[in-house]
Design a protein. Structure first.
Length: 347
């Protein structure tokens, strides 16, 4: 297996898709205005407004950690708290950035069902304490698709947002894999976001086929006040912004974002179909987006790694995560499946 062989460790092992690459090359002609005053940034923002069928405020950041942290910081004061799932990226993979950029807003962890928060878990946490000694709950953050590859249905998001409204909470969505969720549900982006009560969405571009970049969409425009200053202060205002925004034009204008998300999801489904009858293998979560979580034997995990396969096992003993991406080749999925079958037979 060569160093550049396709892997399933993360969807960000993949490179840049042709549409994003071509748009970057097109943007790389002549001079243009800096700091987001350019034509590409305006076009990208308009594409988002068209796609989401609403006049939202659009910002761009270099990565998801920054997008999530700054968006959450915009939604609360330092004495507030943010309700998230115990498996949320903001909790487990952002090195305390949400707390840092909000000057200390505490994350309150809720138990999940298949990686999803529920209205009742949110209610329980929000109402647990209402005294001055406890950080006041102000925001709920959902991950769509979730960290374990499941997808909130529009009705689930609506139920959560109804609870948020009742309790005076803002609703944020970490959409690092929002495209994969839309592809799975075959659902209009609006129905999964503002029409379902989401105030702010961080829309992931990196895992969808871009080099870098996430878009932050404020459907509740009042919450976007001074957000440009927040981005700048955090080092997230690209001076040559057109190189962050042009790839979005490439992804959005011909629906490449959806085509690639569908492809990645299909590859995940293929993988699970190919291994579901392997003795000893069990599926940890329903495969809805582009990730497959398998319970394997420890010896099989060692054998697969020895063969050169890279994958994460952060999900607990024997649990292995396999992520498919925009460019995953079907042949490579078949090779992985065959090696899983072999490793489980000899383990
Ligand atoms: C990948 C990912 C992010 C973004 O991570 P960065 O490495 O900061 O770009 C955010 N949320 C989730 C759920 C992710 O999987």
């Amino acid at each position: 297996m060569s160093e550049s062989s396709q892997q399933f460790a993360s969807d960000n092992y993949a490179g840049i898709c042709p549409e994003a690459w071509a748009a970057m090359a097109e943007a790389n002609q002549g001079h243009d205005r800096a700091y987001g005053d350019d034509q590409w940034t305006a076009r990208a923002a308009d594409h988002f407004r068209e796609l989401f069928e609403t006049d939202c405020e659009v910002f761009f950041a270099f990565n998801g950690t920054a997008a999530n942290s700054l968006a959450l910081a915009a939604l609360c004061q330092s004495y507030h708290s943010v309700i998230c799932s115990e498996t949320a990226h903001v909790e487990t993979d952002e090195c305390g950035a949400p707390e840092f950029f909000s000057n200390g807003s505490k994350l309150l962890l809720a138990p999940t069902e298949n990686g999803k928060l529920t209205a009742s878990a949110i209610r329980e946490i929000a109402l647990k304490r209402q005294d001055i000694h406890y950080p006041k709950p102000r925001v709920v953050t959902l991950t769509q698709a979730t960290e374990v590859g499941t997808v909130y249905r529009p009705a689930e998001v609506r139920a959560i947002s109804a609870t948020c409204r009742e309790l005076g909470l803002n609703l944020h969505m970490d959409g690092a894999r929002f495209s994969n969720a839309c592809a799975f549900l075959d659902c209009a982006p609006a129905d999964l976001t503002w029409k379902a009560g989401v105030d702010v969405l961080c829309f992931g571009g990196t895992k969808n086929g871009m080099a870098v970049g996430e878009a932050i969409l404020f459907f509740n425009k009042a919450l976007a006040e001074d957000f440009d200053y927040r981005c700048k202060q955090a080092g997230q205002l690209a001076s040559k912004m057109r190189y962050l925004s042009a790839p979005w034009v490439g992804l959005l204008q011909g629906d490449a974002w959806l085509k690639y998300a569908r492809h990645a999801n299909q590859c995940a489904r293929l993988l699970v179909e190919l291994v579901r009858d392997v003795p000893g293998v069990s599926l940890m979560f329903p495969v809805e987006a582009n990730g497959v979580f398998l319970q394997l034997s420890e010896t099989a995990i060692v054998a697969l790694r020895a063969k050169g396969w890279r994958f994460y096992t952060f999900i607990g003993a024997g649990g292995a995560r396999f992520m498919c991406s925009w460019d995953t080749e079907e042949e490579r999925v078949r090779e992985l499946a065959a090696d899983i079958r072999l490793a489980m037979a000899t383990g």
